[in-house]
Design a protein. Structure first.
Length: 276
């Protein structure tokens, strides 16, 4: 099952059932949060074009819903693979009142593209979901795939953290760390044990060192409240992302819910610099 099909058809099987409901109710009393006072920009920076959703439809939905969208294209074998394609994508999207984003899928991607063309994008969001040599059989893991096989959860987490650091502390340009903390379906029930405070803090420290914002993913219901509060205390910025390619674009239920619970306000959000 490919990425697009899986994300469109199995979102409800992701962390929402395991993490979203249980962790969402664990706000520390010491935070003294009043959700009624929370206010934040209605902005969805993780939207894709597809055969079910054209750029014109995205713009129409933006006007109708009052949400600012950021359109992204994957820099990957199934997406943008060269400078010509990247320039054509940017030129096609920039005339519209949306932000233009890039979503590379593997560390080291930027060395294959012109720095001048990359700089034309409004932001770059990279997620850690394609992990090379991620299990005891030397298999490359795609975290979103339902059938992903993990034989040793702790060994996977060590490799997973190495992959996170390659992205966060590497040389590639990055503005947003997308879909953080998502685990393969076969081990997601171990989320509270595997995502230790030490690991969470390591991610936050690396993001802070490069001023990288954290995406709150509505589709995958990550990250959880504990991580968001830790990141907020560290001064990190956030974005909302629906990661959608169809009529679900702009659905930000989990994003808004957890943002209110964590007391996020406008000052806590990353906003691209270009004026639309």
């Amino acid at each position: 099952m490919n990425r697009k099909t899986f994300l469109q058809t199995t979102a409800t099987m992701a962390l929402g059932a395991i993490v979203g409901d249980s962790v969402l109710n664990t706000v520390s009393a010491t935070e003294n949060i009043n959700p009624a006072n929370a206010s934040f920009p209605l902005m969805d920076l993780h939207v894709h074009r597809s055969d079910k959703q054209s750029i014109e439809q995205i713009v129409e939905k933006s006007k109708r819903m009052g949400i600012t969208f950021g359109v992204m294209e994957n820099v990957a074998p199934w997406g943008i693979t060269n400078d010509e394609q990247m320039q054509a994508y940017i030129d096609a999207i920039k005339p519209y009142p949306v932000y233009v984003g890039l979503q590379p899928m593997s560390p080291g991607w930027s060395k294959n593209f012109s720095k001048d063309i990359i700089a034309q994008a409004d932001y770059i969001a990279m997620d850690p979901q394609m992990i090379p040599n991620a299990n005891g059989y030397g298999e490359d893991v795609q975290v979103w795939e339902y059938a992903t096989y993990i034989d040793d959860a702790e060994a996977f987490m060590e490799r997973n953290m190495e992959h996170y650091m390659q992205i966060l502390a590497g040389d590639d340009p990055i503005d947003i760390f997308a879909c953080p903390l998502l685990l393969p379906y076969c081990i997601e029930r171990e989320y509270p044990k595997l995502w230790t405070k030490k690991r969470l803090q390591t991610i936050i420290d690396a993001a802070k060192a490069r001023n990288i914002a954290i995406e709150i993913s509505d589709m995958m219901r990550v990250p959880d409240e504990e991580f968001i509060l830790m990141a907020k205390r560290a001064g990190l910025k956030f974005t909302f992302g629906s990661d959608t390619r169809d009529e679900k674009t702009g659905r930000l239920v989990y994003c808004k819910q957890v943002a209110r619970r964590c007391g996020l306000t406008e000052k806590d959000f990353f906003v691209p610099k270009r004026k639309l």
